[in-house]
Design a protein around this ligand. Structure first.
Ligand code: ADP
Length: 606
């Protein structure tokens, strides 16, 4: 073995009494001094090797190979504190330490001699049985493999303690003060190198993160599809920054709730796309509401943190994504490590959030333009549909009128009374249709420009129903029934407009029950102030998925049966607008093949 064990090299080296020591003693002291100086040069060699390293792993390799030349013993190990200095982990440096099976084991700082040396910031050499903070799981394991004495010194940089280095020997009283000095010199060197490699690693990590942020930013500006853009950002951040889980929420403008829009990481199976976190609730809800970041490096200490059964999050960082002063989203990062995020993470990720904010802004602007274009196109389509319908529906009655009139001018027909009446009826009928269509067209134009005037007065509902019914042409396949509750007989409304509504509903009930059947008109009290009018038929009915849209302009049921029946899809829209202006509601219940019931409410007159 290189070097010899130095025994009791004490502070009396400099004593003038040394000069009076016997020759034997002097020789042994000289030998010891030579041994010590050899160790200093070994220390120097180890230090130089450590200086050449660039990672924690290579420092450990050098120590594994060299440290036994410096301090006698069978066992060596290095312990390193975690970031928040609550635990230390063991890195074994010798086969004997390996056999304790403690490599990478975690201990809390109040346990074992390394913890004691770290907390007291001082080195110690003792027989293991009398070790302070003796731990059966640490010192006990060393005893099991035959270690009898230990030397431990803290790893101290110029500003802080980052761990400890330990040596063990199978002899009792194996270590002394000079060993401790050597160990301290070595430990200072190791601590500084570890510090530098950590800084180096950190700088490299930061550099690649900044490059990443730049590449995400340029990718963001080149795509306008918001969902794709956010999915890409979440995945890239999670994979490259190596976080456990990354989510991006968008803020619902109306409710301020946070809505899950993009997700990458380990909780992906637990939270569905579109999941909503209520405004103000939990870390994410809070950021959505107040627009300020939350950095919780130990979520157990964060009152706003909501824990979920599947969670093993220990750190969470939630950053607002803003457009101007508005919070439009949240970038949320979670990790199982405690203290997973530091201020530099916050700075880099906040820069990314700024980029995300402007990308969202661009994409929203783009989508708004797209949406208003779509609306313009839709309007244009509606306009042409309308023109189409009007010209088609005007043309049919007009040609009937023309034909009937032309026939009338022929003398022989004028002479025969029977045909004269028939043609006159066609003219009256078609002219009525035309004027109804013209009326509808005018009503729509007025309704759309807000110029339709209402003349409210007390209206007798029975009269109203009868007037409307008298204008409908029933075939002998239809039977009409009334049910009018007496005390529901007056409403306040515009008589001609309400008549138009009823007329439309009753004529539809005839038109859309081509096989005939019962048509029931009923007026009942709904409550003290309201009456309910309904028109029920046994006609073709309406599929459930088309019920809602029927009250929109130009909307008709999409079926072959309906397309064979003439109609413009305007009547129900007009009825809806009229009932709305009366403060009532209109709706329909229907079953395909069984019939439909159209209902509306009106305020009672008093
Ligand atoms: P139109 O009858 O001129 O097409 P409406 O606005 O009055 O226009 O009706 C819209 C659509 O609603 C109709 O095209 C038809 O598909 C459906 N509809 C209305 N009333 C009934 C009814 N009583 N039975 C079945 N379908 C109906």
């Amino acid at each position: 073995m290189k070097g010899s064990m130095v025994k009791e090299m004490a502070s009396d080296w400099q004593s003038p009494n040394n000069l009076e020591l016997p020759k034997e003693e002097l020789r042994s002291r000289l030998l010891e001094a030579q041994g010590f100086s050899k160790k200093i040069s070994t220390l120097n060699e180890i230090s130089l090797k450590i200086d050449e390293t660039t990672s924690r792993e290579t420092i450990l390799e050098v120590l594994r190979a060299e440290v036994r030349w410096l301090i006698e013993g069978e066992c060596a190990f290095l312990t390193l504190l975690n970031r928040n200095k609550t635990h230390y982990s063991i890195n074994t440096l010798s086969p004997v330490a390996d056999s304790t099976d403690m490599n990478h084991k975690l201990f809390t700082v109040d346990v074992g001699m390394p913890g004691w040396a770290i907390e007291n910031q001082t080195g110690i050499y003792v027989d293991i049985e009398s070790a302070p903070a003796f731990s059966p799981t640490l010192e006990g394991k060393f005893i099991e493999v035959g270690i009898k004495s230990l030397l431990i010194v803290p790893l101290r940089t110029s500003t802080e303690v980052i761990g400890a280095i330990g040596f063990g020997s199978s002899k009792l009283g194996a270590y002394n003060q000079p060993d401790m000095w050597l160990a301290q010199l070595l430990s200072f060197h190791i601590a500084m190198s570890l510090r530098h490699t950590a800084m180096f690693d950190n700088a490299q990590k930061r550099l690649s993160q900044i490059e990443l942020v730049n590449s995400i930013a340029s990718r963001l500006t080149s795509t306008l599809d918001l969902d794709k853009m956010l999915a890409f950002a979440a995945e890239t951040i999670q994979k490259n920054f190596n976080y456990f889980d990354v989510t991006i929420f968008m803020v619902d403008v109306e409710t301020q709730d946070a809505v899950l829009t993009a997700h990458s990481g380990s909780y992906i199976d637990f939270l569905p796309h579109g999941y909503r976190q209520k405004a103000g609730q939990g870390i994410i809800g809070w950021v959505a509401m107040y627009g300020e970041k939350i950095l919780a490096n130990d979520v157990s200490q964060e009152s706003r943190y909501l824990s979920y059964a599947y969670h093993n999050t220990n750190s969470e960082l939630a950053l607002p994504i803003k457009v101007g002063a508005d919070v439009v989203g949240i970038l949320n990062l979670e990790d199982t490590r405690l203290h997973a995020f530091d201020e530099t993470d916050v700075i880099i990720l906040s820069t990314l959030c700024d980029q995300l904010g402007s990308a969202i802004h661009n994409s929203t602007l783009y989508n708004e333009v797209k949406e208003s274009n779509r609306k313009l196109l839709e309007l244009d389509r509606l306009k042409s549909d309308f023109v189409g319908i009007v010209s088609h529906d005007f043309r049919t009655p007009l040609s009937s009128i023309m034909l009937a009139a032309k026939s009338l001018v022929k003398k022989d027909i004028v002479a025969t009374n029977k045909h004269f009446k028939e043609y006159l009826n066609i003219i009256i009928d078609q002219a009525t249709k035309l004027s109804q269509l013209a009326e509808d067209t005018l009503t729509i134009t007025k309704m759309e420009s807000g110029q339709l005037s209402y003349y409210f007065k007390l209206v007798n509902i029975e009269t109203l129903v009868k007037e409307a019914v008298s204008m409908v042409k029933f075939s002998n396949r239809h039977q009409l029934q009334y049910n009018i509750e007496l005390d529901a007989s007056f409403v306040k409304g515009d008589q001609s407009k309400l008549r138009q509504v009823l007329l439309n509903l009753v004529s539809n009930s005839v038109k859309y029950s081509p096989r005939g059947g019962k048509i029931e008109i009923s007026v009942v009290n709904r409550d003290a102030d309201e009456i309910l009018l309904s028109v029920k038929d046994q006609g073709i009915g309406i599929p459930e998925n088309q019920l809602e849209k029927l009250f929109q302009k130009f909307s008709r049921v999409d079926s072959d049966e309906v397309s064979n029946i003439k109609g413009s899809g305007l009547g129900l829209w007009i009825s809806h607008e009229i009932i709305k202006a009366h403060g009532g509601k209109i709706w329909v219940e229907s079953e395909v093949g069984a019939g439909s019931t159209f209902m509306f409410t009106l305020k009672k007159g008093n």
